[in-house]
Design a protein around this ligand. Sequence first.
Ligand SMILES: N[C@@H]1[C@@H](O)[C@H](O)[C@@H](COP(=O)(O)O)O[C@@H]1O
Length: 244
Amino acid sequence: MRLIRVKDYAAMSDEAFAIVYERMSANPKLTLGLATGSTPVGLYERLVSAVQTGKLSFREARSFNLDEYVGLAPDHPQSYAYFMREHLFDHIDLPAGRWDIPSGIAPDLDEECARYEAAIEAAGGIDLQILGIGPNGHIGFNEPGTPLESRTHVVELTESTRRANARFFERPEEVPTHAITMGLGTILRAREIILLASGESKAEAMAKLLSLSDFDPELPASALHRHPEVWVIADEAALSRVRR
Ligand SMILES: N[C@@H]1[C@@H](O)[C@H](O)[C@@H](COP(=O)(O)O)O[C@@H]1O
């Protein structure tokens, strides 16, 4: 795990953009794993502007998102499908049909999980996975206690995660109780991973992550200690509780 320590959110987004830009320039057919939440928004803004100024193209790329809420249709403003269109897909040249997000309204959710794993496999796997981190150390929606080998599955969200994500909803009770998420095992199969962390609310999870040297099921992000190619890009506030 290589740590890139940066000043603030903008610098974190710049560093992440530099890596994604480099990988996509070297391989325009790159398969990206994408995340939602406020953390990657700055990265997506930079990608949009690179596409709009002709420096980058997603025409031959592909993407798979980490997760989706159960029960929210893709046109629901709080769904992750909606978020991705709003922040990235509607503004770049990635053709429809080359991005995939688990469907939270599939009639058979287990079948949808199996379809998603098979689609990732059929695309040749994920080359570069972008991750944020939840205040309790979750990645995707893999909550504490998730097994290391887990693949795409339905998860019941913890109260802490529902609370943390309530800011995107009008009322806290509107936050869905369940989600579909790539498993830790799915994430670890990506060839390269970037974990982004910004702000004080991530400081505790980051301090725990960097104090560990192996997987601890209580902190799902610690699964990344089992992966050979991980970049952690974190700002000063997110690293404020790390003991030197
Ligand atoms: N499922 C998502 C995660 O993938 C994301 O990393 C996390 C952090 O969100 P934010 O970036 O808004 O802090 O929120 C959600 O729970």
